[in-house]
Design a protein around this ligand. Structure first.
Ligand code: 0O2
Ligand code: 0O2
Length: 210
């Protein structure tokens, strides 16, 4: 194993384990008739080229990578509705298989780029042949709409090597506002559909009694 494989191996394991665990949560919701707050889960170990870029940008030495780069392992939980994010965060807070180190709410306070997402940095124990190793993992919780925006913005940022032209940046901020409105509208539609369903059920119940 080269030194990168060795360094990243527990991170790879953590990503795989967390994906299984979180997909398990989704499955449990699917089996109960409740609405599933998790639409899908993805994960990745940061590619070496991105680690090197981030380390150079933040002047981090190889010895300090594990402390300083909190997203060597990243797991993304995507939800349908903004309200589902709180449900997922609550679920994460209640878990006993890892500890939460930090939470960053970029939904209440979006980034200047227009980025919105809820981030949690957790301290995750990985069982290795040398014993337990605790590592940092970044969990990103966001809606489909936030994910759509972030995925495209991320690839544009990459295309422009991090220097998005001002005009494109302004349009991306407007697109982020549109994504925000879409989230709001979807939640309103869902509430109205729920209300209509409840009214219908109550009416049917009344008819059954009569
Ligand atoms: P299902 O039942 O199709 O949802 P993997 O190891 O393949 O499970 P990995 O390596 O992270 O996961 O792969 P990837 O391609 O990132 O996708 C993980 C899961 O997210 C896959 O589902 C994809 O189908 C799903 N996914 C990715 N992008 C989207 C998207 O835009 N919309 C939806 N609805 N799903 C998406 P699974 O886990 O194979 O199972
Ligand atoms: P990747 O793997 O390319 O996604 P920073 O110093 O801002 O780069 P920091 O302080 O480590 O990052 O943490 P922060 O700001 O919470 O962001 C960590 C991750 O959130 C980023 O990872 C992105 O995945 C996502 N993110 C943050 N800001 C933006 C944004 O403006 N646009 C998009 N699309 N994603 C964002 P990396 O390091 O970029 O890596």
């Amino acid at each position: 194993m080269n030194s990168w494989d060795e360094l990243l191996s527990p991170y790879k394991q953590a990503v795989e384990e967390l994906k299984v665990k979180l997909k398990g949560v989704r499955e449990q919701y699917q089996k109960s008739s409740n609405h599933t707050p998790i639409e899908f889960v993805t994960g990745r170990v940061k590619p070496v080229s991105s680690i090197l870029n981030k380390a150079a940008r933040k002047k981090i030495s190889f010895d300090h990578l594990e402390q300083e780069i909190q997203d060597l392992a990243g797991v993304r939980i995507v939800t349908q509705f903004v309200e589902d994010i709180e449900t997922v965060v609550e679920l994460i807070r209640k878990r006993t298989d890892f500890e939460i180190l930090e939470e960053r709410d970029y939904i209440i306070e979006q980034k200047p780029s227009g980025y919105r997402s809820y981030h949690l940095i957790i301290w995750y124990p990985v069982q290795t042949i040398q014993g337990e190793k605790k590592i940092q993992v970044e969990l990103q919780v966001r809606t489909l709409s936030m994910n759509f925006w972030a995925t495209i913005e991320h690839s544009l940022r990459y295309k422009y090597s991090g220097e998005i032209p001002d005009e494109i940046g302004r349009r991306l901020i407007r697109a982020s506002e549109a994504a925000f409105k879409l989230d709001e509208e979807m939640s309103i539609i869902r509430d109205e559909v729920r209300e209509a369903q409840e009214l219908l059920m109550a009416k049917r119940h009344q008819q059954d009694i009569n």
